[in-house]
Ligand binder design. Sequence first.
Ligand code: ATP
Ligand code: MG
Length: 448
Amino acid sequence: MKISEIVEATGGTLLCGNLNDEVNSFSHDTRTIKQGDMYIPIIGEVFDGHQFINQAFEKGASSIITSLPMSDDTHNIILVKDTHQALGDMARWVRINSHAKVIGITGSVGKTSTKDMIYSVVSTRYKALKTIGNYNNDIGLPQTILRYQDEEVMVIEMGMNHLKEIDYLTHIALPDIAVITNVGTAHIGEVGSREKILEAKMEITHGLNENGLLIVNGDNDLLQTIKEDHFLLETIGIDNPASLNAYDICLEETRSTFMIDYHNQPYQVTVNVPGKHFVYNALISIQTGLALSIDIKDCIRGVACFELTKNRADMIETAQHVRIYDGTYNANVDSMKASIDVLSQHKDRKIAVLGDMLELGDYEERLHREVGTYLSDQNIDITLTVGKGAYYIYDEVIKAGKKAYHFANNKKLIDYLKNIIHPNDVVLIKGSNGMYLKEVVKSLEENI
Ligand code: ATP
Ligand code: MG
């Protein structure tokens, strides 16, 4: 972007520097600043990024945006009211002036996985840009769009904790295609009810272009209720008739295969990641690819070769051939159930190690019990739990007459687990990030 364009996009004032200079890379973090970058100080809860402006200059930043008036002889300095807002305004400007098709992805769970799979499909035909990792909030999303370098498609993840957050993001990204993977119970503590969560996810349509396309999972009870509006609607599904259905599904330990029909022709699809939830993600990715005029065979090829972002359902094998599913990055009811499904596909002894799903507010007991009941109906040999909420999982499993043990902390759980574990066991370790179950994974990796 030219400095003049940044001034125009943000409504800011150039305090010093040259309107004709150009900036190609932006950062709000001085640790990643490179020569010639623009530094955007953000005021956070702990730090005010303005404190690090000199550090940014020392590392070679040529330009800054600031809400504190300042001036010098060597840098481009643009004064704005609010740097956070300016970041969004710049990204919106880049999006509006791009010729890219934008795909926006939200949902209670499966956003990152679906984003990566859609990117894999889209990349079979187009030059594409995607959200790195999980940079899906009001800082990460604008930074993703500011990386735009003439790509033909941008695949953008949008996350939320509260109402109005997706509304903000979608007005920056202005998607041509919006995807809602599902509406579950993640963040129900803050948002209030599942209906409110649906409302929050549907905010993605506020930024959809006129005649844009919304793609949703038609097997989700709440997403089923959506009607076409200023946008077109397409659905995918397994259990209910949809625009694109999967049938003859074969769920294996490490992958799934299924059939789809397209223009009255049957096609087989392979997903190299286990679990029914990835069948849904694959259907969404194919539907998105078709909407971008990608050949059906390329869509299927893109699904088959997609790469999972690190820490999502990763399988680790230890020296003694214990297989671990590391789900310690996050947890909510839907991802817990999906992971339990994947574990239950295995033939060897199956151990579920589960910690709390956090941020559930008043729903804490009910939703942990729901996971406990679900788990009791699956073919899991031993369940180990830790945490206040996970106690309710334990309680349901015990009530169902199955083997379960509850622990006061991770250390006690690790000691017990190390004692009972055998070679060839398959272990799922899952809980919210704040439960630090990563230390259970680490301990098994190092000692077993
Ligand atoms: P976050 O809110 O942290 O950004 P996310 O929505 O991006 O999460 P992922 O990181 O893709 O979700 O997946 C989280 C977990 O849910 C993983 O264990 C993954 O295997 C599982 N998962 C992926 N897709 C689905 C789906 N469609 N339904 C249920 N679970 C899923
Ligand atoms: Mg994510």
